[in-house]
Design a protein around this ligand. Structure first.
Ligand code: ZN
Length: 456
């Protein structure tokens, strides 16, 4: 159940003609959005979009996409995946997280305060405005989120834990970008930040978010291990890398041959046994930060006695573009809920006997019969390059990895007509009712990635 009391919505009253944090409130909508706790300025002309405004923006996006795509537009992202995202946000929100958006530009002074301006130095993309103020094109937002919580004033202990997340473009000045989306200079990331009063609460939420991660990866059919890792430049007391097993991965895991413990080191940390090395892709990273950022940046909460201790924090990241790459690297068909289209319909070759007898109207008919399944609605595409043989189109379909391919071959002339259903390495010849039932049954077995995710 969603409770308004738990929504992160810092209300403020703006006195007439007042200025807040280098931002002049000049119009009605801005005043309203600020006063109602929907947005919050971070620097001049930069705003954090808070959970309620973010929900409205998500809905706007869905609405706009629906109509634009109905008009025939196809979505892309330049110069890399910006907000094309792999799953809907139900697992993260089930763990209690509320979505926000922070500006890509974070004041360099905050990174200086946390000490990371020096620590991460050359990896940071930097920008300077016309007044000489310096910014970081953020690779991650610990500083920005902590400053936001410091700025809204102390939260009450009753509002904790507070979990905020965003999905946005991040930037890193990689020395040598490589492996396509795996190591790019701009990439998509889901980053979440939880804030707490007690260490016990940090640990509980950390485990709850870890479970959300497992649900996300399981839903994609990926084999992902959570392995203990050094905290590096992020700081904090505990961290885990989430490694997806993939041949092309540039990271590696060792699986202990004696006790099956999975780690990053060659020798098993648990029993000292030898490990088998497996290639992997880091698709996520989680950190217990405690007061690493809240102390230097002054983010605190009010406890039951009225004291103001520093907030304890943890953070969680999943790389979107990396996850997409890992799904593709895993080979075979796309995970059911991520496939660009769930089903491909292959009509007969132009000029063939089937083509002449069936005609285009029967292609349209099969298309609408398939669309009857809720899991396929708006998610079937026809390979109408009918000058190509069925075999050639099937070869390309196989490479593309559609979860289901339906072929109108010779048996489509029978009465009742039968169609080939190609699913991975299996091919079945089925009547339309049988075919729909088969797909429906397979989709039911296909845990949590329903078509609603694709069309959302
Ligand atoms: Zn072992």
């Amino acid at each position: 159940m969603r409770l308004l009391s738990k929504v992160f919505q810092p209300l403020i009253t703006i006195p007439k003609n007042a200025k807040i944090k280098s931002t002049e409130v000049t119009c009605k909508s801005q005043k309203l959005l600020l006063e109602c706790g929907l947005i919050r300025p971070t620097s001049s002309g930069l705003f954090a979009i808070l959970p309620l405004a973010q929900r409205a923006m998500d809905k706007l996006e869905t609405h706009i996409r629906k109509h634009i795509e109905a008009a025939g537009a196809q979505r892309i992202s330049l110069p890399s995946l910006t907000s094309a995202w792999l799953w809907d946000n139900k697992h993260i929100e089930a763990a209690g997280a509320q979505r926000i958006s922070l500006p890509s530009l974070t004041a360099a002074s905050l990174w200086d305060k946390s000490g990371r301006l020096q620590e991460m130095g050359p990896e940071l993309m930097k920008a300077t405005d016309r007044h000489g103020k310096q910014y970081v094109l953020a690779p991650t937002h610990e500083e920005a989120i902590t400053d936001l919580l410091a700025d809204v004033g102390p939260l009450s202990y009753k509002q904790l834990p507070l979990i905020l997340y965003q999905i946005s473009s991040k930037f890193r000045d990689e020395h040598r970008p490589k492996h396509g989306l795996l190591r790019a200079r701009q990439f998509t990331m889901m980053d979440a930040y939880s804030h707490h009063a007690t260490e016990e609460c940090v640990r509980n939420t950390y485990e709850r978010m870890s479970q959300a991660y497992r649900d996300i990866f399981e839903g994609l059919g990926l084999k992902v291990y959570r392995v203990e890792a050094p905290s590096g430049a992020m700081g904090g007391s505990l961290s885990h890398e989430w490694q997806a097993v993939a041949e092309a991965g540039e990271d590696s895991l060792t699986v202990c041959q004696r006790c099956q413990h999975v780690g990053l080191e060659a020798k098993c940390q648990r029993c000292g046994g030898e490990g088998e090395v497996v290639s992997s892709i880091e698709v996520g990273h989680t950190f217990v930060l405690n007061t690493r950022y809240s102390s230097p940046l002054g983010a605190c909460y009010t406890d039951a006695q009225g004291a103001r201790p520093a907030l304890r924090a943890a953070c969680y990241g999943v790389g979107g573009s990396r996850l997409l790459a890992a799904c593709v690297e895993a080979g075979g068909a796309w995970p059911r809920g991520v496939a660009p289209y769930s089903a491909l319909l292959v009509p007969p070759k132009e000029g063939s006997k089937e083509w002449q007898q069936l005609g285009w109207s029967s292609v349209e008919q099969v298309y609408s019969q398939l669309s009857v399944l809720p899991t396929l609605r708006d998610d079937v595409i026809v390979d109408d390059r009918c000058d190509m043989t069925i075999g050639k189109r099937l070869m390309q379909a196989n490479r593309m990895g559609y979860p289901y391919t339906v072929v109108m071959g010779k048996a489509a002339l029978e009465s009742p007509p039968r169609y080939e259903l190609v699913c991975g390495s299996s091919t079945q010849l089925l009547t339309m009712p049988e075919l729909l039932k088969t797909i429906d049954t397979m989709d039911q077995g296909n845990n949590n990635m329903a078509a609603e995710i694709v069309t959302a």
